[in-house]
Design a binder for this molecule. Structure first.
Ligand SMILES: Nc1nc2c(ncn2[C@@H]2O[C@H](COP(=O)(O)OP(=O)(O)OP(=O)(O)O)[C@@H](O)[C@H]2O)c(=O)[nH]1
Ligand SMILES: [Mg+2]
Length: 390
């Protein structure tokens, strides 16, 4: 037992030797309104909003033809809109910018574009739009004829890549609900083949391009968005490593580090993600949030000492622990391994402390960057150098 604890401590201590093991009684709890907005990261002393302006946040662009489902995706994933309410969404007429600010790790802007936008025209400021872009999500309606979408996709990639070769391109083959698995695979294969041929012809062989099958009517859209967001988190390898160390030392099969508000997972261990497991974990978060809302008037209803445990009928356990206000760890494990709950809980505290160390480092480096920027600006504003008189 001791050796398991020790190995976790040793591995984590590579991060920062100053990890201290605390009791659970600090006052973190899920946000009462479960929405986005300004917040103060309790216990971390640094407020991310104070150090990062919206201009420095990575940007995710949502592009694609009209009615392909861009606004629906943004509303369902980040604003808790029920999927069938998207039927009443109006067509987007100008670029809609949305700040996603719910934790230090999950900070970006989403720009929802009107489908009819024509970026070939000179008024479209492609340097500004693609310049600060981290990922471009191109949505293709799989239920529709997608020839036109593929042409637009090709032109978009060529233009965007020219301005900013670091953009990650993500193709969402969307609205795949009600389509058989075979046809889904066929659409994906076809779209993949044709788009890579098109881009190959344009001389773009080595671009950063991924494909996802998505629908707002199931969890696939959350899963796909999780992958998009993860690529924009520079600390991802560290977070994944922490998840790996945690599960290996605790007899756990799989663990997801969730952003509670959006239910996207910002990291998981390196074992493959099974959609059903992910769905179960999402449902557990919903249940915990619903239950804590019922008791939210009581101070002690849900705090950082709280955990939630569900026994499934196949000898498996779902175990949720809050990491901080915005993050929760949801694990799945065999019932017999839960006999060692003491170890699991102990390792969890190490995990949580390590996460807060990563947060601190990130905030510090953000602050440093901002300061440098400010210094540069000050230099620019300074008096011009004196010119020697002849
Ligand atoms: N079946 C199905 N319908 C969807 C899905 N996602 C979006 N839709 C529907 O697609 C229609 C268009 O959705 P929007 O989100 O307005 O499309 P958009 O891409 O923002 O369109 P523009 O703003 O005109 O560019 C709506 O009726 C949605 O309900 C999906 O996953 N499955
Ligand atoms: Mg729209």
């Amino acid at each position: 037992m001791v050796s398991i604890q020790r190995s976790l401590i040793n591995e984590l201590s590579g991060l920062d030797s100053a990890l201290c093991f605390q009791s659970y009684d600090d006052d973190d709890s899920f946000p009462k309104d479960y929405g986005y907005g300004a917040y103060n990261q309790d216990g971390l002393d640094l407020e991310p909003n104070a150090t990062s302006s919206s201009e420095t946040k990575p940007r995710i662009l949502l592009m694609g033809l009209r009615r392909s489902g861009k606004s629906s995706i943004q509303k369902v994933v980040f604003h808790k809109m029920a999927p069938n309410e998207t039927l009443f969404l109006e067509s987007t007429s100008k670029i809609v910018k949305d700040d996603i600010n719910n934790s230090s790790f999950v900070q970006f802007q989403i720009w929802d574009f009107p489908g009819q936008i024509d970026f070939i025209e000179p008024t479209f400021d492609s340097d500004m739009i693609f310049g600060g872009c981290g990922a471009l999500v191109f949505v293709i309606d799989a239920k529709d004829d997608y020839n036109e979408a593929l042409t637009k996709f090709k032109n978009t990639v060529i233009k965007a890549h020219k301005v900013n070769p670091n953009i990650k391109f993500e193709v969402f083959i969307h609205k795949v609900d009600g389509i058989s698995d075979d046809s889904k695979m066929e659409s994906q294969r076809d779209i993949h083949q044709r788009s890579s041929d098109d881009l190959g012809e344009a001389g773009l062989h080595k671009i950063n391009l991924s494909y996802h099958l998505t629908s707002i009517y199931d969890h696939s859209i959350f899963e796909a968005f999780s992958k998009v967001v993860q690529k924009l988190i520079p600390q991802l390898p560290t977070l994944e490593n922490l998840c790996n160390i945690f599960i290996q030392n605790s007899g756990i099969e799989k663990a997801f580090l969730f952003d509670v508000v959006s239910k996207i997972y910002i990291a998981t261990d390196s074992s493959p993600v099974d959609m059903q497991t992910y769905e179960l974990c999402c449902d557990m978060i919903d249940m915990v949030i619903d239950l804590s809302s019922i008791y939210s008037s009581e101070e002690t209803a849900f705090d950082s000492g709280s955990a939630s445990l569900i026994k499934l009928n196949n000898n498996t356990i779902l175990y949720l622990r809050e990491v901080n206000k915005f993050l929760a760890l949801v694990c799945i494990l065999r019932e017999e391994n839960f006999n060692r709950r003491g170890i699991i809980d102990y390792n969890f505290i190490c995990f949580r402390d390590a996460i807060s160390e990563v947060f601190k480092l990130r905030l510090m480096s953000q602050a440093r960057l901002e300061n440098n920027d400010q210094d540069d600006d000050d230099d620019d504003d300074g008096p011009p150098p004196a010119t020697p008189s002849p």
